[in-house]
Design a protein around this ligand. Structure first.
Ligand code: UDP
Ligand code: MG
Length: 138
């Protein structure tokens, strides 16, 4: 088993889709290891998305990510990072495969419902960033 970090973004929370998103995630076999609801501060969102600094969408992304509460989840599954990326689909919901979370619910490339770590190394960093005391991180 391995771990990944998921974020149900502010659009997911605003649109009352938390239950549907979590049901979808559990239906696809993920165990929920940690869960909390937060409102990201600008500096946290900026640090979390720092690899996107300088991109034209960086400022609007931070504005969106700090616009309301998010749900942070640590998820467990075989090849969790890979499997989660597969079930959420491409960043742009119009390009996401049929039956993926983003294809079903996301409205556009920014407000795309959910974040999923993109590598085991980043998953480890992202989990430690939001759940610094979590003991299962080895
Ligand atoms: N994003 C955006 N405009 C873009 C590309 C990305 O607003 O043209 C946002 C979107 O919310 C995305 C996040 O920036 O989920 C991180 O982008 P990335 O390319 O890492 O996509 P992801 O890994 O989330 O699929
Ligand atoms: Mg990414």
């Amino acid at each position: 088993m391995s771990l990944t970090l998921a974020i149900l973004k502010p659009d997911c929370v605003r649109r009352r889709l938390i239950g549907k998103a979590i049901a979808f995630i559990e239906k696809h076999g993920f165990g929920i290891v940690c869960l909390k609801m937060v409102r990201l501060q600008r500096d946290e969102a900026g640090a979390f998305y720092n690899v996107h600094t300088g991109k034209e969408y960086f400022e609007p992304l931070l504005k969106f990510m700090t616009s309301g509460h998010s749900v942070l989840l640590v998820l467990e599954h075989e090849k969790a990072v890979q499997h989660f990326r597969k079930i959420i689909g491409a960043t742009d919901p119009q390009k996401a495969a049929e039956g993926t979370l983003r294809r079903m619910y996301a409205e556009n490339v920014r407000e795309n419902i959910v974040h999923g770590s993109d590598s085991d190394e980043n998953a480890k960093k992202e989990i430690a960033f939001f759940f610094p005391t979590m003991e299962i991180i080895k």
